[in-house]
Design a protein around this ligand. Sequence first.
Ligand SMILES: Nc1ncnc2c1ncn2[C@@H]1O[C@H](COP(=O)(O)OP(=O)(O)OP(=O)(O)O)[C@@H](O)[C@H]1O
Ligand SMILES: [Mg+2]
Length: 186
Amino acid sequence: MSPPATPADDQGLALHHVGVRFGGLVALDDVSLRVPPGRVVGVIGPNGAGKTTLFNVVCGFVRPTEGSLTLDGRPFRPRPHDLTRLGIARTLQGVGLFAGLTVLENVVAGASHTARAGFAAALFGLPRSDRDESRLRARALNLLAELGIDKHADAAPGTLPYAVRKRVALARALIARPRLLLLDEP
Ligand SMILES: Nc1ncnc2c1ncn2[C@@H]1O[C@H](COP(=O)(O)OP(=O)(O)OP(=O)(O)O)[C@@H](O)[C@H]1O
Ligand SMILES: [Mg+2]
């Protein structure tokens, strides 16, 4: 393996003096933090402290008014549609599952960018191959089993208790095999 291009302490995600203002409201003020590989970092604070806003900055849903982000030491301007490719997955505060899909389909949906459809297929929006599809479904079922909720695979999310739905959301984030997992109010 070749040595990393950047010093080890640059690895992972970092926020540098990030500020977010919504009009006159200061949601984040001078937030700096580092999430090195292999580390669990908790963000705590009362209601309205800005935790979800912080997650939204990392996901590209909210642009910081000040400050910057780096990923492995390189400038990082997150955009929501790039996250899976960059190995970043999140769960939302609340649950945010697709109501019209089964539990299993919701989990498979989390791997939308990982199927090896090939560049041309992806470019022209061709459907995944049957083999990709069944491999993904098997992996989704394994994850549901790991989380103890595989018996709900064919259920509609709306029929399930909140705690089970939170686990479904977790499985949907894990199926993409993220290197950075963001959990808002897990
Ligand atoms: N899109 C937005 N537009 C305007 N104000 C917002 C927006 N998003 C968040 N805020 C405000 O920013 C502040 C921080 O909110 P945020 O949701 O990040 O807090 P939180 O720490 O996640 O709170 P909670 O524990 O209730 O989830 C709050 O005052 C909130 O009303
Ligand atoms: Mg929140």
